[in-house]
Design a binder for this molecule. Structure first.
Ligand code: ATP
Ligand code: MG
Length: 256
C-alpha cells in the first residue's frame, strides 16, 4: 500500500474569518487549482471551519463543555457543510474526484477529544482514487452531549491511524512565529515548552485555540514520529510545493 498524504487547509484561508459566513472564493479557486496540478493519489484533504463555524459555534456557546444547544449544533453543522460543499464543488470542477466526509455522521468524542471515527470509508475512497474532503465539525460527545471537533484534531487522528507519510497544515500566516514575528523553522517536543508561551489563539473569533490548539495536536503527532509542516497556504504556490514534496518554508514539527 503506498503512503497517505494529509493536507489541511485552514478555514482562515478558505473564508474571510473576520466576516461570518463569507467565502474567499478566489482562494478556494486558486487552492483547488494548485491541488489539481499536484499528485492527488492517496491524498486526504481536511479543512477548518473559518467563519462558517467559529462565530456560530461561539454564538450558541458550543465551546462551553456541556452546553447542549442542539439546535445550535445542527445550524453550525449545516454551515460548515456549506463551506465543505463550496470547496468540494471547486475541486470537482478542477477534475479531482473529491468526496465529502462529515465527522458528525462518523465520529464520537469524549470530553472534547476524538474518541472514535469510522475510517474504513475514507480508506476505501483513497484505495479507489477518490480524495476525501473532511472538515472541522460538531460531534456527539459521550460526556458533554456534544463538542467541537477541530480540523487540527482530525489531522492528528487520521495521520496516526493511517500512518501518514506526509502531513501539511496550511494556514494564513508564514508558520509559527516568535516574539519578533520571525518564523521558527523547527519545533520538537523538547523545544515546545519554550515556544508554548508564544502561541495564542486567532485574531478573529475562534473556538479551537488558533495556533495554540494546532501546535498542541501537531506536537502529539511528532511524539509518534510523524512530522508535519505548518505553512502559509494563502501564498501562491505553497500548496503545490507541499504536494511536490518541495517544502523549504514554514515550520516543521518533528520528533527531534
Ligand atoms: N506564535 C504564533 N505564530 C503564528 N500565528 C499565531 C501565533 N500565535 C497566534 N497565532 C494566530 O493563529 C492564527 C492561525 O490560527 P487559526 O485557527 O486562525 O487558523 P486556521 O487553523 O488556519 O483556521 P481554522 O481554525 O478556521 O481552520 C494566525 O492567523 C495568528 O493570528
Ligand atoms: Mg484553527
Amino acid at each position: 500500500m503506498s503512503e497517505v498524504t494529509i493536507l489541511k487547509i485552514g478555514g482562515s484561508v478558505l473564508t474571510d474569518k473576520s466576516k461570518e459566513g463569507k467565502l474567499n472564493r478566489k482562494e478556494i479557486a486558486r487552492i483547488a487549482k494548485e491541488i489539481a496540478s499536484g499528485d492527488v493519489r492517496r491524498l486526504i484533504l481536511i479543512h477548518g471551519a473559518g467563519s462558517f463555524g467559529h462565530p456560530i459555534a461561539k454564538k450558541f456557546g458550543l465551546d462551553i463543555p456541556g452546553r447542549q444547544n442542539y439546535t445550535g449544533v445542527t445550524l453550525t453543522h449545516e454551515m460548515v457543510k456549506d463551506l465543505n460543499r463550496a470547496f468540494v464543488k471547486e475541486l470537482i470542477e478542477n477534475g479531482i474526484a473529491a468526496m465529502p466526509v462529515h465527522p458528525m455522521s462518523c465520529a464520537i468524542s469524549s470530553k472534547g477529544r476524538l474518541n472514535k471515527m469510522m475510517t474504513s470509508q475514507i480508506e476505501l475512497m483513497i484505495d479507489n482514487g477518490v480524495v476525501p474532503v473532511i472538515h472541522g465539525d460538531v460531534v456527539m460527545d459521550l460526556d458533554w452531549g456534544v463538542s467541537i471537533l477541530s480540523g487540527d484534531q482530525i489531522v492528528l487522528h487520521l495521520a496516526q491511524r493511517l500512518n501518514a507519510k506526509r502531513v501539511g497544515v496550511g494556514t494564513d500566516v508564514d508558520g509559527i512565529m516568535d516574539d519578533d514575528g520571525k518564523v521558527i523553522t523547527s519545533i520538537t517536543p523538547k523545544t515546545f515548552s519554550n515556544i508554548k508561551p508564544l502561541l495564542t489563539t486567532s485574531k478573529n473569533i475562534d473556538v479551537t485555540g488558533g495556533m495554540s490548539g494546532k501546535v498542541n495536536e501537531l506536537v502529539k503527532l511528532a511524539e509518534g514520529s510523524i512530522p508535519s509542516y505548518v505553512f502559509n497556504a494563502s501564498k501562491k504556490g505553497n500548496v503545490a510545493a507541499f504536494l511536490e514534496d518541495n517544502v523549504d518554508f514554514g515550520t516543521v514539527i518533528r520528533s527531534d
